[in-house]
Design a protein around this ligand. Structure first.
Ligand SMILES: Nc1ncnc2c1ncn2[C@@H]1O[C@H](COP(=O)(O)OP(=O)(O)OP(=O)(O)O)[C@@H](O)[C@H]1O
Length: 268
């Protein structure tokens, strides 16, 4: 059997009295687009931060391509590209400068840097706009720029936290198209959190529904719908598991992205 891209066993994390992740067992097969779904506060970001080594794993284990994230932290970091919910692009720099900065941070060899930056910008359709400052980009372009920042180190596992939050439907499908193309070309594994059920349905091969720190349902969107009964949607499955509704904010530009992500955090 091939080594899974991610394996979490008995994973738990508490912030003081708040148990954010409460015994998560999860296996993400290599090469899949895997969706981690859940309402605000379900524990998705905390899980992702442990997988990316940004939060220590105190209880349970996490492996990325068979490497323990606690013992092999640096090796794990080299395998991962991460687009956090918080804005990670600098509005005062050009698209190319933003991606170059990440290339340096991720130790892309100096000789290869310019070419890798060009390839990453090309992969997200931003080559023509690469030398404009990011402050002039639309919300969808900023998300694609952040995707290029994560792709520049050629990761085997791409982790995206709410990649389409706050974007209009056209920009959302633009982001997903780019993710799909890169994944088809490289075979990389994609772990994504999203609030948008129709996106999970359309783009994820498997999803885990999280609620109150636990995985409550796991499977392909089609299997989960079938388990609930004929005519069910993934939304129905979600409501059956959580009983919660979502916020959905559509705004454009750097300010809009920041505002939407802030609102999403506040609502958490
Ligand atoms: N740094 C922190 N300090 C204290 N509590 C935190 C911290 N980070 C998260 N929490 C709490 O842990 C729980 C899980 O939060 P987490 O951000 O993992 O959820 P989420 O599913 O990613 O939600 P969202 O969709 O809003 O990002 C929430 O109750 C949250 O308030």
């Amino acid at each position: 059997m091939t080594t899974p891209a991610v394996r979490c066993a008995g994973l738990r994390h508490a912030f003081g009295d708040t148990v954010a992740v409460d015994g998560v067992d999860l296996e993400i097969p290599a090469g899949q687009v895997f969706g981690l779904l859940g309402p605000n506060g379900a524990g998705k970001t905390t899980t992702i931060r442990m997988i990316t080594t940004l939060l220590p794993v105190r209880t349970g284990t996490v492996e990325v391509f068979g490497l323990d994230v606690t013992r092999r932290k640096m090796a794990v970091r080299r395998l991962i590209g991460y687009v956090p919910q918080q804005l990670s692009a600098d509005g005062s720099l050009s698209g190319r400068e933003n991606v170059s900065l990440f290339a340096r941070l991720f130790d892309v060899p100096r000789r290869e840097r310019a070419e890798q930056v060009r390839i990453a910008l090309g992969a997200v359709g931003l080559l023509d706009d690469a030398d404009r400052t990011a402050a002039t980009y639309s919300g969808g372009m900023i998300r694609r720029l952040e995707l290029a920042q994560a792709l520049v180190s050629s990761p085997r596992l791409l982790i995206l936290d709410e990649p389409t939050i706050g974007l209009d439907p056209v920009a959302r499908s633009g982001v997903w198209e780019r993710i799909g193309q890169v994944r088809a070309e490289t075979g990389m594994t994609v772990l994504v959190t999203t609030h948008y059920m129709e996106e999970a349905e359309q783009y994820c091969e498997q999803v885990a529904l999280m609620h109150r720190g636990r995985v409550r349902a796991l499977g392909s969107p089609a299997d989960l719908r079938a388990q609930l009964g004929p005519g069910s949607t993934l939304d129905d499955v979600f409501r059956a598991v959580t009983g919660d509704a979502f916020d959905d904010t559509d705004k454009g530009g750097m300010r809009g992205v920041r505002a939407a992500r802030r609102t999403a955090r506040r609502l958490g």
